[in-house]
Design a protein around this ligand. Structure first.
Ligand SMILES: *Cc1c(COP(=O)(O)O)cnc(C)c1O
Length: 361
């Protein structure tokens, strides 16, 4: 399944380059068996926000199901055109926290570097969707060198996150060289790579790429599975390539209406991730970015879902529910308060079965 470039033939559908060159980027290019999807697809939404689907990710869709959770994540619909009062283009104020072109810093010890605007499949719920349509430029070598200089001059930055777009769409030599350059900065402890390719283009993740990246470790991968049906044998193999090479994989899901906003789907996803040795890290509330109102789940419902999972699933399977505050103020965990009151003698807790339990302070 995972072949190296030298074995790549132009008609090899299991090669990531074939998948990219054959990605569907116009609705009229959808193969005939996907015609039922066109009923809900919107060409206008394609014009407004970036659109592409790899043949691999497309193959996970059941075209007969008008509510298919995979299609909902990648197929542009007229719902995206609804103008709501919450529609914004940069929900977490990344622009204001851009310290150099492509380099965003919202926390003293961490920095986010956008290497490319390109993705293999564009998520309909993407936080950077409004910026992605041409505004995130590929980071030039000169700008990358500027970013390296900034990191050297700010030794308080210990965690560098490579993001985009999808940084693993860069060629092996290019991404490995960037990681090597960042690793050469003594104050950098860890390098994180944010990529959805294990989900949308798993054949990109070869054991060879994983080994080359791991050589400049510690590296962490943050990926983005949202639905248990995305955990295919290919996707599981992609995660295994990282983990076997010594690269821990964490998952950041987005809570999406009609995709994963029920306890059964979430439980199946989270258990499946653990089986794939992927640690559920965050469950994000969907940012109020333009054209995503139809995905948003109320916070009270989100907390109900977390309550339904806690205690019924391995603690390792439970992600932290987070909201990314506007103004770039940061991610905050949200959890239902379990401490009802604290007096001088006792703390009163709400037990999982809803009883009030008194316990010493
Ligand atoms: C999300 C984010 C991080 C990382 O946050 P963690 O809570 O450490 O995962 C760092 N920088 C920026 C700009 C971010 O948006």
């Amino acid at each position: 399944m995972c072949r190296s470039l030298s074995q790549h033939r132009i008609d090899d559908t299991s090669h990531w380059r074939w998948q990219l060159t054959h990605a569907i980027a116009r609705l009229e290019d959808l193969p005939p068996q996907y015609a039922p999807l066109l009923n809900s697809a919107s060409p206008a939404a394609c014009d407004l926000f970036p659109f592409a689907i790899t043949p691999y990710y497309l193959s996970l869709i059941d075209p007969q199901d008008p509510r298919d959770p995979i299609a909902r994540q990648c197929l542009p619909t007229a719902e995206e055109l609804r103008n709501t009062h919450t529609a914004v283009f940069d929900p977490i104020d990344e622009e204001r926290h851009t310290v150099l072109p492509g380099l965003i810093q919202r926390y003293p010890d961490r920095a986010l570097l956008l290497l490319t605007g390109r993705c293999a499949t564009y998520c309909r719920h993407c936080t950077r969707r409004a910026m992605g349509a041409g505004r995130i430029q590929p980071l030039t070598e000169a700008r990358f060198q500027d970013a390296l200089r900034y990191l050297r001059q700010h030794p308080e930055i210990r965690d560098v996150i490579l993001s985009g777009g999808d940084p693993l769409l860069l060629d092996d030599e290019v991404i490995v060289e960037k990681v090597r350059s960042i690793r050469a900065i003594p104050s950098v402890d860890i390098i994180r790579i944010a990529t959805r390719l294990p989900v949308t283009l798993p054949m990109r993740i070869t054991p060879s790429l994983a080994r080359q990246l791991a050589a400049h470790g510690p590296i962490y991968i943050n990926t983005h599975f949202n639905h248990p049906r995305e955990l295919t044998p290919e996707a599981i193999a992609a995660c295994a390539a990282f983990v076997d090479a010594g690269i821990p994989v964490n998952n950041q899901s987005v809570l999406l209406k009609g995709v994963n906003d029920d306890p059964h789907t979430l439980a199946e996803l989270l258990r499946g991730l653990l089986r794939a040795r992927v640690r559920p890290y965050y469950l994000f509330m969907c940012d109020p970015v333009a054209g995503t109102a139809h995905f948003r789940v109320p916070l009270s419902r989100a907390m109900d879902l977390m309550d339904a999972l806690r205690g019924k699933l391995s603690g390792l399977a439970i992600p932290t529910l987070v909201v990314d505050l506007p103004g770039g103020l940061g991610k905050i965990p949200v959890e239902r308060n379990r401490v009802l009151r604290i007096t001088q003698r006792e703390v009163v807790y709400r037990a999982p079965d809803n009883r009030e339990i008194s316990w010493p302070v």
